[in-house]
Design a protein around this ligand. Structure first.
Ligand code: FAD
Length: 591
């Protein structure tokens, strides 16, 4: 399958269903790996969540060791360093399944992601040989130290300093890092510090290095089993061989690793969302009120189904983006790039999609967990029932790996940068939409193909977003970054479009594989998401337009928005009832 897309171009181009990957295409080997993760979760993690959250001494390390023995820490590591060399979507699939594991999932993700990947992608050969096989087996456990008390979102303003010794053999690091996941038991700390005050640089610091010390465990709202501590550096001497990447290029490590971290966070959030949906379905069937299971009530069915709708759209988007990254990676390898350069380059090209997924995945999980609590009623508020933990553990996802505000702004920032560089022809697309608005609407023959009306609606939503983004870029130019409210609106339009399109494409591809009648429920899921996305795009568009246009321009843009967000309403009440009935019959989320 050839890669035909470039990151971000979904907004200005039509995508082809045949070219997207859908989760129904995972092969037998991938399904077997999934089953292994499931068995591991069901035996080693889920029965012990209370012990994990109590931070029982040594338990998390033992669980990571077991995960290492099963190969779960080295799925995507290259075979040359003892890994299994699996492709990107396989690693997302494993992350999704293990994402059901609450605090364990966070410890595992921090270890395999932000802890291990900087060394794999930016380390010297000697560093890779020394650390990667042991990180892959779990013998060593990793953490990532970027954030400081005074620098979170503004990570590059970190104050931790590194000064070269007179003999040129080591750097002396002084400073303080905040909120470091796995710090309590980590053997390896990937640390960022400023050399000569302004050369932001990565270092590998081993546990036990004199001058490295830890704060107490933070008392957190959720993910209580995950170790989170401050890390202090006081004249901490690190050999020059432990510099990670180039001096002054630490930002490349920090930002590139975050692209991958963001899409992986969406995968973990997806797994957690599915688990909450399943628990809520099972509880709603058991819980009797007014002499019947609460699952019989329309209001509860609406919630169960809406959870599934959002999960379906998130999953469709995740594996579509994952495969696009994989294809881009293969192309870069074919062009002579190393494995590391290829994956980083591919993730960089699809950084818009990674940011979209970070926001969408975390917000789907927050929605699903919140409604999970509601379905459990008073028992949802009880610490003796599972929703309490799901609700609390969900919340962090909107904060770390770049807050959702930062990620929303990044979506637009990256679009504008790609447009300025000519990588995405946003401005021609905006001009074409403007021209269309001035002309007489075409009332041509309606396409009768499968989901044709929905595809038309989606095409128009893209025009609404392009029109609004184009006008914002023209009006504010270099000052657009100061119009954050408008950027949030534009990001929301873009996110809704990517999710709706992914759900439609998946359904279309599935229909081509199984026949239209076999995917009636998936059609309901995709149409319900799209129906509501139209209203959300309209509201965001309206808010952006009234904030930047006046007089005739305002009138014309509002007219354009109305035209581009017109859709025949879908009977989502009946669709949700059908979806809920099938979830209830299956006793779990099963799409
Ligand atoms: C449990 C936990 C685990 C973590 N693990 C790690 C780890 O392993 N390693 C690590 O390095 N870090 C880690 N972090 C840190 C995390 O990445 C930061 O908390 C996050 O990046 C936000 O930074 P901050 O907390 O300083 O918030 P701030 O940056 O102060 O943000 C506060 C609010 O202001 C908003 N804001 C900030 N800047 C802007 C802006 N320019 N425009 C608009 N709004 C803005 C934010 O969106 C947010 O709503 C962890 C945090 C927690 C809580």
């Amino acid at each position: 399958m050839a890669a035909t897309t470039k990151g971000g171009d979904f907004l200005i181009k039509e995508s082809n269903a045949a070219q997207v990957f859908i989760s129904e295409e995972f092969n037998e080997e991938q399904q077997m790996m999934l089953q292994m993760c499931r068995d591991f979760l069901n035996t080693e993690i889920l029965p012990h969540l209370d012990r994990i959250d109590a931070q029982e001494d040594g338990l998390m390390q033992k669980l990571l060791d077991k995960a290492g023995e099963l190969g779960l820490l080295s799925v995507s590591l290259p075979e040359a360093y003892g890994g299994f060399g699996k492709d990107f979507n396989t690693s997302l699939l494993i992350t999704e399944e293990l994402g059901k594991g609450h605090s364990f999932a966070v410890a595992l993700s921090a270890h395999t992601g932000i802890g291990t990947l900087p060394i794999l992608y930016f380390g010297t050969e000697a560093q890779k040989q020394k650390y990667i096989p042991k990180l892959g087996s779990g013998e060593l456990k990793a953490s990532y130290c970027l954030t400081e008390p005074g620098s979170g979102s503004d990570a590059l303003s970190a104050k931790t300093k590194a000064v070269l010794s007179a003999d040129g053999k080591h750097y002396s690091i002084n400073g303080q890092k905040m909120w470091i996941t796995n710090a309590g038991f980590a053997d390896v700390f990937v640390v960022f510090a400023q050399i000569d005050g302004d050369k932001f640089t990565g270092f590998i610091v081993d546990k036990g290095t004199p001058g490295l010390s830890l704060g107490n465990e933070e008392h957190k709202m959720g993910i209580k089993g995950s170790s989170t501590r401050q890390v202090f550096f006081s004249d901490c001497e690190v050999p020059v061989e432990n510099i990670l990447g180039e001096i002054g290029k630490g930002h490349l490590i920090a930002f590139n690793i975050l692209n991958i971290g963001r899409i992986k966070l969406a995968a973990a959030a997806l797994g957690a969302s599915k688990r909450v949906n399943t628990l809520a379905i099972q509880y709603a069937k058991e819980r009797q009120q007014f002499k019947m299971p609460i699952a019989n009530f329309g209001a509860i069915q609406h919630k169960l189904a809406e959870m599934a709708v959002r999960i379906y759209a998130t999953e469709s988007s995740l594996y579509r983006a994952g495969m696009a990254i994989h294809h881009a990676e293969e192309l870069l390898k074919a062009a002579g790039k190393t494995e590391a350069e290829a994956l980083l380059g591919a993730a960089q090209d699809f950084a818009i999609e990674c940011a979209i997924l970070k926001v969408a995945g975390s917000e789907t999980l927050d929605y699903v967990s919140d409604e999970g609590v509601q379905i459990y009623g008073g028992y949802g508020f009880s610490a003796d029932y599972p929703m309490d933990r799901s609700y609390r553990d969900s919340r962090i996802n909107r904060i770390f790996e770049g807050t959702n505000e930062i990620n929303r702004m990044l979506v637009l920032d990256m679009y504008m940068k790609k447009a300025m560089k000519g990588e995405i022809d946003l401005f021609s697309a905006a001009m074409a939409v403007q021209k269309e608005l001035m002309g007489i609407p075409e009332f041509g023959e309606e396409d009768q193909g499968f989901l044709a009306a929905e595809k038309k609606v989606l095409q128009n939503l893209k025009k609404a977003a392009i029109m609004t983004a184009g006008a914002a870029a023209q009006k504010f130019q270099q000052k657009l970054s100061q119009e954050q409210e408008i950027l949030m609106n534009l990001a929301d339009m873009t996110i809704n479009i990517y999710m709706a399109e992914s759900a439609l494409l998946r359904t279309e591809k599935l229909a081509s594989l199984k026949g239209e009648t076999a995917v009636a429920l998936q059609i309901d899921l995709a149409k319900t998401y799209l129906n509501d996305a139209v209203d959300r795009v309209n509201t965001s568009g309206k808010n952006a337009i009234v904030a930047m246009a006046e007089g005739d321009e305002l009138k014309m843009m509002l007219m354009g928005l109305k035209r581009f967000t017109k859709a025949t309403p879908y009977n989502t009440k009946e669709a949700r009832r059908r979806i809920a009935s099938s979830l209830i019959a299956a006793d779990q989320y099963m799409f």
